[in-house]
Design a protein around this ligand. Structure first.
Ligand code: ZN
Length: 247
């Protein structure tokens, strides 16, 4: 079974298409999991939601998804993110609004638990620190966890021999995470639509149940296409500029 794991697509259809094409070029996909923030920031919220649904996505909700349907205040968003959230809210079709409202914050798929932020604070907390990782792992009932939200690909390995009981590792393009019985992990596949680790290429992962691996991939896409659409939509310039630098 091959499952593509995407997160933080952020209404960037050009990046999503590149990722799905890359994933399918290597073999048929048996599923698609999404860790939230399908919309917000980017220029094609409805198109991205349609494409994900067409591919049979199983998703959890992110903070930007909730903001776009008015279920989360944008008071804690930076001004550009808030402006984009309000723009997204005006664009969203009724059906897509209902779809986002129907999504769970936590979802279990076999040996994996899917959540946008952490299991402690599902749509808010960034899994960046030892404290957040420990809190998340304490609540994780499956061997493997999948999170997004930080826009940075990362692996957390739980092991009592580490000083903090776990260790955090950055995942590079092509990194292979081996899923071994008894070793609890959390994986962040990075962001499809707005990477923030200095590499502007779209980031995602593939879970291969036969191989017992999750492999991280970076995929080039036509950033200028997304930037032009953002400009035409009148979205804040800083949001389109950051796509080119991956920050
Ligand atoms: Zn995000």
């Amino acid at each position: 079974m091959r499952i593509a794991i995407v997160s933080d697509v952020h209404a960037n259809l050009e990046a999503l298409e590149a990722v799905l094409h890359h994933a399918e070029a290597a073999g048929a996909l048996d599923g698609l999991w999404c860790l939230g923030d399908m919309v917000g920031y980017g220029p094609q919220p409805n198109e991205v939601l349609e494409r994900l649904q067409e591919a049979g996505v199983r998703a959890v909700v992110g903070n930007h998804d909730l903001a776009a349907i008015g279920l989360l205040s944008t008071d804690d968003f930076n001004p550009a993110a808030a402006a984009a959230a309000h723009w997204t809210a005006r664009q969203l079709q009724e059906g897509q609004r209902h779809y986002l409202a129907s999504l769970p914050q936590v979802r279990r798929e076999g040996d994996f638990t899917l959540v946008h932020g952490t299991l402690r604070w599902p749509v808010w907390e960034y899994l960046y620190s030892y404290g957040a990782a420990q809190a998340h792992l304490r609540l994780q009932e499956t061997p493997f966890g999948l999170v997004g939200h930080t826009h940075v690909p990362m692996l957390v390995v739980e092991d009592a021999s580490f000083p903090h009981g776990c260790e955090l590792f950055y995942l590079r393009d092509g990194a292979v995470v081996e899923l071994k019985p008894g070793r609890r992990l959390v994986i962040n596949p990075g962001s499809v639509g707005q990477p923030r680790d200095g590499d502007p290429r779209a980031s995602y992962a593939i879970y291969d149940s036969d191989a017992g691996t999750v492999v991280l991939h970076r995929v080039e896409y036509n950033i200028a296409v997304t930037q032009r659409l953002m400009e035409a939509a009148g979205l804040p310039r800083w949001l389109s500029e950051r796509l080119a630098v991956g920050r």
